[in-house]
Design a protein around this ligand. Structure first.
Ligand code: GTR
Length: 326
């Protein structure tokens, strides 16, 4: 009987999905490394709802959360090839491919999340979104990624000296490898999905991320020392494959762009709430947080990173314009 009920429920669900699918002329397959319920996933859902509403159900989004389609670096390639239609990713894994994305990924480039919003919502953000087109991608919108700080399994970090010789995972970006080296530690670039077991088995001592990712990845279970040095405020980005984009009419392209833009405030609200929830949850779970860290030595240590990566007059100008933004 139970089996029959399960089968029936399954059939009904399949039928419902089939009905929904036939109503959609085009279904964009969208990737996210985060689980269902995470602010980025929910924001893309909101975008999908707007798309369906504005096109009478013609354009739809199907989200593949929890890295079902692969780790970020691989899904970026698949999006360039048009195998994946949409992707919500950090700017970090784009650093080695699109030089403009290195600028908002520079350590301590933004003074606060508000500063980041002012920059990314304005002409500089638009220039960076436009830079994706030369790489077979359409930059649709930026999302929040909070501020990233170091956590590890060994001991509290109260100053740069405490990081000496430690091994931290970074996103797959050469600039982040140099950032960690500039702090006297060693960096291992690795996909997000491998970090938990790598900390657990001692392959690395720790990693760095924001509160919500530290929480939902479970990394706090294996690395309980978190120091709020806030070295990165890296925006996240929502991109579409240029192959998919080019198949759309100009009218539909505008609807897609607008729906992506409209999902940004949704994301920001969800993000602000999630940061608080994750922080409270992990503090209750016994994470040891160092909050009063002097950031000045960290900021000063980043000079060689800026020298190495901010090389062309265009990139130097972008840094200057960001610093001059209120
Ligand atoms: C998260 C970000 C993900 C991913 C991850 C990582 O904060 O939202 O897109 O880049 O960090 O560290 O790989």
């Amino acid at each position: 009987m139970t089996l029959f009920k399960t089968t029936l429920a399954g059939l009904l669900a399949t039928a419902a999905m089939a009905t929904a699918a036939t109503a959609c002329e085009v279904t964009f397959r969208s990737s996210d490394t985060h689980p269902d319920g995470y602010p980025t996933v929910e924001a893309v859902k909101a975008m999908g709802a707007e798309l369906e509403a504005k096109t009478d159900g013609r354009l739809c989004i199907e989200i593949f959360a929890s890295a079902q389609l692969g780790e970020e670096k691989d899904t970026i390639e698949q999006t360039q090839f048009g195998v994946i239609d949409m992707n919500r990713v950090s700017l970090g894994p784009f650093n080695n491919i699109i030089p403009e994305t290195q600028i908002p990924s520079l350590p301590y480039i933004f003074r606060s999340t508000e500063h980041m919003h002012h920059v990314m919502d304005g002409p500089i953000g638009q220039e960076i979104l436009d830079a994706f087109a030369a790489h077979d991608l359409i930059g649709l919108a930026f999302y929040d990624g909070g501020s990233r700080s170091f956590y590890n399994s060994e001991h509290p970090i109260n100053s740069i000296a405490d990081m000496a010789g430690m091994k931290f995972r970074v996103m797959q970006s050469d600039m982040f490898v140099d950032m960690v080296a500039a702090l006297g530690a060693n960096a291992t670039p690795m996909p997000y999905g491998e970090v938990y077991s790598s900390i657990q088995t001692g392959v690395i001592d720790g990693a760095e991320n924001n509160w919500p990712s530290y929480d939902t990845s479970g990394h706090f279970e294996v690395a309980k020392y978190y120091t709020l040095d806030q070295h990165l405020i890296v925006p996240e980005v929502l991109v579409m494959s240029k192959i998919t984009w080019d198949k759309l009419s100009p009218e539909d392209q505008e609807i897609v762009r607008q729906a992506a833009r409209d999902s940004v405030p949704v994301m920001r609200d969800l993000w602000a709430a999630q940061e608080k929830v994750s922080e409270a949850k992990l503090e209750a779970a016994g994470v040891q947080v160092v909050t009063d860290i002097d950031k000045t030595p960290f900021i000063e240590a980043m000079v060689p990173v800026y020298q190495k990566y901010v090389t062309t007059p265009e990139l130097q100008d972008m840094v200057a314009r960001i610093q001059a933004t209120e």
